[in-house]
Ligand binder design. Structure first.
Ligand code: GRF
Length: 203
């Protein structure tokens, strides 16, 4: 069984879905550790409650990214836990060279919009303001360009006339919980090939 790690900064609902799917056996992976840049993240508590290893790693002085020496510490910890695949789930920092090089092609992220539409933050609000009739979520590989790596899975949800950013976010989140597991299973199975930006399933 392959080892995954989840990096999360906050609420941890995607992490919780991943843990539950591992416990049910619908996600075939071993959760080696969960790492947070926030001591008080609910994600760390959920991890401990389920008996997995929860680690807080000092993110250093920058707000939205990690200085190289701090990011190196994340790399070292992931390597010590023999992690095969790193899954970002609400990790609120831009990933830079140290992690990208150490885990090339082995970092995933989930984003609450149909990329390439609405990258960045507060994307449910942006989707409503733009007036799209459908939004959704995307699991993609993490590359140097934020929210722009090759897409593994997406799910579509309708935007309703009386939606607020919160109601839309909740509808999208349900799908996030489903497709993140689907994407991790695809990548860990190795049954895919990459053609340009396209991830094509082979099994
Ligand atoms: C999710 O909407 C995810 O798509 C985005 O951040 C949010 C994290 O939520 N990247 P949670 O911590 O998994 O509940």
């Amino acid at each position: 069984m392959k080892n995954i790690a989840v990096l999360a900064s906050g609420r941890g609902s995607n992490l919780e879905a991943i843990i539950k799917n591992i416990e049910k056996g619908t996600l075939q992976a071993n959760l080696a550790c969960v790492i947070s840049d926030n001591k008080d993240a609910r994600a760390l508590q959920i991890t401990r409650d389920h008996g997995f290893k929860a680690l807080y790693l000092d993110p250093g002085p920058k707000k939205t990214w990690l200085l190289p020496e701090f990011e190196e510490n994340y790399v070292k910890t992931l390597q010590e836990h023999n992690v095969d695949l790193v899954c970002l789930a609400g990790f609120m920092r831009i990933i830079k060279k140290p992690l990208l090089e150490a885990f090339k092609g082995r970092i995933l992220n989930i984003h609450p919009a149909l990329l390439p539409s609405f990258p960045g933050l507060e994307v449910q609000k942006k989707a409503l303001e733009y007036g799209v009739r459908f939004s959704g979520c995307t699991v993609h590989f993490v590359t140097e360009d934020v929210d722009a790596g090759p897409i593994i899975t997406q799910a579509v949800v309708p935007v309703l006339d009386d939606d607020t950013p919160d109601t839309l976010a909740a509808r999208i989140l349900k799908e996030e919980h489903r497709i993140y597991t689907e994407a991790i299973n695809i990548i860990l199975s190795g049954k895919y090939k990459i053609e340009g930006r396209r991830i094509i399933r082979t099994g």
